[in-house]
Design a protein around this ligand. Structure first.
Ligand SMILES: Cc1cc2nc3c(=O)[nH]c(=O)nc-3n(C[C@H](O)[C@H](O)[C@H](O)COP(=O)(O)O)c2cc1C
Length: 436
């Protein structure tokens, strides 16, 4: 990066079907077929590309219907298949697909993501996840979860095999020699001979591992194991801190770990989630949020909050603060315990009432920013300049109108201040993301 050029901000779009707000779908017409409407997703991706986003990201969960999928249009299409369709109607935007690294076999995943990279001409990324939520376990017929140690040993083997397979057929091995009837020279391949604790393979991938190099690696997780894993493998990390201090601590820690593994810490891009609600005035943005909130089922949200806190819903009074004395103390190591700790800390620090908590996206996890384009741009720049992030994984309240507001307002504001690209500089995602 040139010394005179201010640090560039990374923006990734978390593409959720109707939008991040749970009531978003109630504001749209014809939602029955939305989950499988490929043209609808393509239109969002094209818009994000016009806004010069680094990438679009499709989260995923392997498994049958979870609570979220029955309450609104949620997810359905296989993310890698959908991104392959999007690839053919876009040119420069990165395509981040979520695929488990503890289920299935690494050979299939290596081929699937290498294929996306070829189909998209070098724009594929793999969001490596290790989650084991109940619908996933049920769908796969598994009776129990794996603890962090074996889970990350398994993921380590999985990613080791995938990345080695991506190197197994170097383009130089395709000799394409017609007189000799020789297309691939096996002597020039790098077969993967791997026998591990969880996986074995003896194979060469039948295609080069990427269009120009290999797919970009993303990772999402929160535990200590996950941080160490991400710092070693990932080019970019999705994360969920809701305060600048926590985010700065996370970023400093993972970049320090990356450096300790001999990596350039600037090539580990940290992207906390950020849900934006944009208005031409702050009051208008708040009204927009209130109008959406009014369509939510407050009783359901109250039950959810109580469940997360581990108490009875009757213990919660809407216009009072949390009954701190009745809550279990201290963080635990499980995702749920960490989540509870985060909710309680934030509620206490900000003196939030139960009603405020219900509508503050504590269930979805990510921080919400409500305001004008200038206010949101200020906050984004402040986090990046204070070392809390390299950019954000942006959640849009209602598609596609919320994305238009974000691009016309916040993106344009960041561009005016010289902090965000006005065009893509390179062809591949790896280069555009600055992790080549
Ligand atoms: C920001 C963020 C995004 C995530 N996205 C997904 C996802 O799309 N699908 C999924 O199954 N798990 C997702 N996860 C869960 C992680 O893959 C991981 O399984 C979870 O954080 C528990 O692992 P840990 O205890 O090692 O942090 C996400 C986690 C974080 C922090």
């Amino acid at each position: 990066m040139s010394p005179d050029r201010p640090r560039q901000i990374r923006l990734n779009l978390n593409l959720q079907t109707a939008g991040r707000h749970d009531a978003a779908w109630k504001t749209l017409e014809d939602t029955a077929g939305l989950v499988t409407d490929v043209d609808y997703y393509i239109s969002i991706a094209k818009l994000a590309e016009q806004g010069k986003f680094d990438a679009i990201f499709l989260a995923d969960s392997l498994g049958s219907l979870g609570a979220e999928s029955v309450r609104r249009p949620w997810r359905g299409l296989d993310p890698t298949v959908l991104l392959a369709a999007i690839a053919r109607d876009t040119d420069r935007i990165g395509l981040v697909s979520t695929v488990h690294a503890i289920y299935g076999h690494p050979f299939g995943v290596a081929r699937q993501l290498a294929s996306l990279d070829h189909v998209s001409h070098g724009r594929a990324a793999w969001n490596i996840i290790t989650s084991q939520n109940p619908p996933t376990l049920e769908a796969l017929g598994l009776s129990g979860t794996l603890d962090h140690d074996p889970r990350y040993r398994k993921a380590e083997e999985f990613v080791t095999i995938v990345t080695r397979l991506w190197e197994s057929l170097p383009p130089t091995a395709i000799v394409n020699d017609k007189p000799a009837d020789l297309f691939i020279d096996k002597a020039k391949t790098n077969p993967v001979e791997y026998d591990g604790e969880f996986y074995s393979t003896h194979s060469v991938l039948p295609l080069p591992g990427g269009y120009a190099g290999r797919p970009v690696l993303f990772q999402a997780g929160a535990s200590g194991h996950s941080r160490a894993f991400g710092a070693r493998w990932a080019d970019a990390l999705f994360t969920g801190q809701r305060t600048k201090d926590l985010a700065r601590r996370f970023s400093t820690q993972v970049k320090g770990l990356a450096a300790s593994y001999g990596r350039d810490p600037d090539k580990l891009v940290v992207l906390p989630g950020l849900w934006v609600i944009v208005g031409s005035t702050e009051a208008e943005a708040r009204q927009r949020k209130d109008a959406l909130d009014a369509q939510l089922d407050a009783d359901y949200l109250l039950d959810q909050l109580a469940e997360r806190l581990g108490i009875a819903p009757a213990e919660l009074e809407l216009d009072a603060e949390l009954p701190y004395g009745k809550l279990a103390d201290g963080p635990g190591s499980s995702v749920l315990a960490r989540h509870r700790e985060q909710i309680v800390t934030e509620a206490r620090d900000r003196r939030l009432t139960v009603r405020q908590l219900l509508f503050n996206n504590l269930s979805g996890g990510h921080r919400i920013l409500i305001g004008t384009p200038e206010q949101i741009a200020d906050n984004i720049i402040e986090w990046v300049d204070d070392g809390a992030s390299d950019g954000f994984n942006i959640n849009i309240d209602v598609q596609t109108e919320g994305l238009e507001r974000f691009i016309d307002g916040v993106v344009v504001e960041l561009q005016k201040r010289g902090r965000f690209r006005t065009d893509y500089e390179y062809d591949t995602f790896r280069e555009n993301l600055g992790v080549a």
